[in-house]
Design a protein around this ligand. Structure first.
Ligand SMILES: [Zn+2]
Length: 380
């Protein structure tokens, strides 16, 4: 098995940079000696000279450089976007413009919004030599953003779209407000949930169709200019709730990286997102239901990761599962067993590559050194 590295270099603002160029190149040099690396995803700091130097370094070592960039959130505050409208008809601006970064989600059916990432690429990144583009935030908010945001966009255009899928939009909203536990699924198959209530069931199908259409059209524009495309998705246990039809999206890209983050208590982390689901859907059985539907005892267990990986095994593109390489929560910083266990699990399941997520900078070298001793690392 080989490895992909992920580095959060900074945001679109030149005021926010997480790591300097020399620091990044120094770390890559160190890791390239220890692990068989094929890809490096980094972004989305806009300084062309710095990006070019890092890319040249990656290319000189025979690896591929990918621009990591968000689609439906975290666009620069200066970019005009159509905001997501909540089902209570309010624009969902949480005032989260932290350090010039807009964490609000925008409407996925807006053609204007679908142009943003391509235009940003052309303005800041098209002439520095990236081999591919790695699209993040290809979704709507999750339950960790609260129930209204989690239900996605209810602008007039999105409502019309839901109606085409036989959703009685007004009735759906009334039902969700009065009885949010109708959002608890009743079955799971092919990385998707289904729901007993027809409006809820059709709503999730419609939401995913809208996001898929947007992402596929964005993907095609990048492929047309000669770039390879990869996608950052949620883990299958939570992806359907945020509008990601993993099996459909996978048919259009070179790889997907499901974020099977089993320990981190942050957005996209399975424990964090499932706790938010349980909070928004007031049903004592919520967590047990998700475990039952997946056929596992514990939602963040090895078995759960394995089940989720196997659900994606034949989807038509490479699957590069991502796991946390930095030390999180209360874990003993000297304990490298999580990293080595994940790598062993995915190697055994046949993954060609895993993604050491989501930023290599920081306290990661102890885990990297532990991974370097594993027998299945493929240097050929
Ligand atoms: Zn909308």
């Amino acid at each position: 098995m080989k490895y992909a590295l992920q580095i959060l270099l900074g945001s679109f603002s030149t005021q926010e940079r997480n790591a300097g160029k020399d620091e990044v190149i120094g770390r890559l040099e160190e890791v390239f000696k220890l692990l068989p690396v094929e890809h490096v995803f980094f972004g989305w700091y806009t300084d062309k000279d710095i990006n070019r130097e890092i890319i040249d370094f990656i290319h000189n070592h025979g690896k591929k450089a990918w621009l990591w960039i968000p689609v439906f959130s975290e666009s620069p505050a200066s970019v005009d976007s159509d905001r997501q409208i909540g089902y209570l008809s309010a624009g969902l601006d949480a005032g989260e413009k932290i350090r010039m970064r807009d964490y609000n989600f925008c409407c996925p059916s807006s053609e204007k919004n679908r142009d943003i990432v391509y235009n940003l690429y052309m303005e800041h990144f098209s002439d520095v030599g990236f081999d591919g583009i790695f699209l993040d935030k290809i979704r709507q908010p999750g339950f960790s953003d609260g129930l209204e945001r989690a239900l996605g966009c209810f602008c007039p255009r999105c409502k019309e779209h839901y109606k085409k899928y036989d959703v009685d939009v007004e009735l759906l909203v009334e039902k969700v407000v009065n009885k949010p536990n109708i959002l608890l699924p009743v079955s799971y198959s092919g990385c998707k949930y289904s729901f007993a209530d027809n409006d809820v069931n059709n709503y999730y199908i419609a939401k995913a169709a809208c996001i898929s259409e947007g992402i596929i059209s964005i993907t095609n524009r990048f492929k047309d200019i000669g770039l390879k495309v990869g996608l950052d998705t949620f883990a299958p246990v939570i992806s359907w709730f945020v509008g990601q039809d993993i099996l459909k999206l996978a048919k259009h890209v070179d790889f997907i990286k499901p974020m099977i983050y089993r320990t981190v208590n942050l957005p996209a982390g399975i424990p964090y997102e499932v706790a938010a689901i349980v909070q928004c859907i007031p049903n004592v059985e919520a967590k047990a239901r998700l475990c039952n539907l997946l056929g596992v005892d514990e939602i963040s267990s090895d078995d759960s990761a394995k089940r989720q990986y196997m659900d994606m095994a034949d989807i038509g593109c490479d699957i590069y599962p991502g796991f946390e390489i930095f030390n999180v929560n209360d874990r003993d910083p000297t304990d490298t067993s999580y990293a080595t266990t994940q790598a062993a699990l995915y190697s055994e399941l046949g993954a060609k590559q895993t993604v050491l997520s989501y930023t290599l900078m920081g306290d990661t070298m102890r885990n990297i050194k532990a991974l370097s001793t594993l027998p299945f690392n493929n240097w050929s």
